[in-house]
Ligand binder design. Structure first.
Ligand code: SF4
Length: 382
């Protein structure tokens, strides 16, 4: 019978020390192991050269670095975007995307396999909810991105991305600069594990990632926003808003029936008042649904009602998803929407499209791979 292996990235240094001692090894081995995992971001026990071979063999048998197995990596945007698809032990898949810009490198991380939130424009929603990721499995994606960053070529000028060129090795940061929890799943629906992953990555004795370098994106789970405002770590907050009208938003995002716009915005205002931090609103522009000037007017009214607060609107033309019968807004409509918001004093930018050529948008590749893996598993059983 297979013994369940210990998932090492789930453990903080104290828990790892307890585990290593329970295995009969001295505490200093835990420190070495922790350093390899979190400072050096090493992905295989065999590469932990300061550990004795016998201990590495023992670890291979009794532990895993995380539950996630890297299934495939794809490159796009001339090497500036890299996507990883990982499989969990039950073959559920999750994905992470690394995006490199001049002087910064951002990883987009998944917090759940699949998602229970049911947003109609989202490919991940079509998978349904599969499972929560553990703290180590969430953090693992950030460590993957740190390793992947080393493989990004120094000078790349992708076609059509002239504004975002990385000109030379000095422009590719050696360290990851941002982690955004905007991949598959709703982080506040897996709050405890998500927050524990931040704690692990933030540890100055480990990966040492600054709190301000994290951004958590929520579909609008008000209790999560209220919890975050009391958090001692200064984690950035983004809200997936996508409509300024309850009828339209509820049709796009079922969560709105539970936490309507007024309640959501009230919680965001309380958050900015308490933390003095700027909040981002994400707004996916869908042709004919939420992208005309009347919707822009409602959005400006909503955000300005009750006085200005520190915020920014990111406009994101919809990434095409099969079978949902929706298309992205035209360039003209996107510009007109942004210009209207700006004219009302609402700061807005159009988000750069990255990863289109590798399906780095919300869950698309994972959906395909999940089907392949399930078919393979069914074939094996049969
Ligand atoms: S958009 Fe985000 S919250 Fe909504 S279903 Fe997709 S992954 Fe879940």
């Amino acid at each position: 019978m297979n013994m369940k292996k210990v998932n090492l990235l789930d453990l903080d240094l104290d828990a790892l020390t307890t585990q290593v001692k329970a295995w009969g090894y001295p505490a200093f081995r835990a420190k070495q192991l922790y350093r390899q995992l979190w400072v050096n971001a090493v992905a295989r026990f065999e590469d932990m050269s300061d550990l004795p071979a016998a201990f590495r063999d023992f670890l291979n048998e009794h532990a895993c670095i995380s539950n996630l197995r890297l299934m495939l990596e794809r490159e796009g945007d001339g090497g500036l975007t890299r996507k990883a698809v990982f499989a969990l032990p039950g073959n559920e898949t999750v994905e992470a995307v690394l995006m490199v810009y001049p002087g910064r490198a951002t990883v987009c991380v998944s917090s759940q396999a699949g998602c229970p939130m049911g947003c109609v424009f989202c490919a991940t929603a079509k998978l349904g909810f599969l499972q929560d990721l553990s703290p180590g499995d969430i953090a693992h994606q950030v460590l993957w991105a740190q390793r992947a960053l080393a493989e990004v070529p120094g000078r790349i000028e992708p076609e059509g991305a002239a504004r975002h060129r990385v000109h030379g090795p000095e422009d590719v940061p050696a360290r990851l600069t941002n982690a955004v929890f905007m991949g598959m799943g709703e982080p506040f629906n897996n709050y405890t594990n998500w927050r524990a992953s931040v704690e692990r990555l933030h540890d100055p004795g480990g990966f040492n990632f600054g709190a301000r370098n994290f951004t958590v994106s929520t579909v609008g789970l008000v209790p999560g926003i209220r919890k975050l405002m009391d958090d001692p770590l200064q984690i950035n907050l983004a809200i997936s808003l996508h409509a300024a009208d309850d009828e339209i938003r509820s049709a796009m995002m079922p969560v709105n029936k539970r936490y309507p716009i007024a309640e959501l915005i009230a919680s965001v205002r309380d958050y900015t008042e308490k933390t003095h931090r700027r909040v981002s609103f994400e707004y996916v522009l869908i042709e004919g649904k939420n992208d005309d000037l009347e919707e822009a007017r409602k959005l400006a009214d909503l955000l300005l009602m009750g006085g200005k607060f520190p915020m920014h609107v990111n406009l994101i033309p919809l990434n095409p998803v099969d079978d949902i019968g929706m298309s992205r807004s035209s360039r003209e409509r996107v510009s007109a929407f942004r210009d209207y918001l700006e004219s009302r004093g609402v700061p807005a930018t159009v988000r750069i499209q990255r990863g289109m050529d590798i399906d780095a948008a919300c869950g698309q590749l994972a959906g395909d791979l999940a089907r392949d893996l399930q078919q393979a598993a069914a074939g094996t059983k049969g």
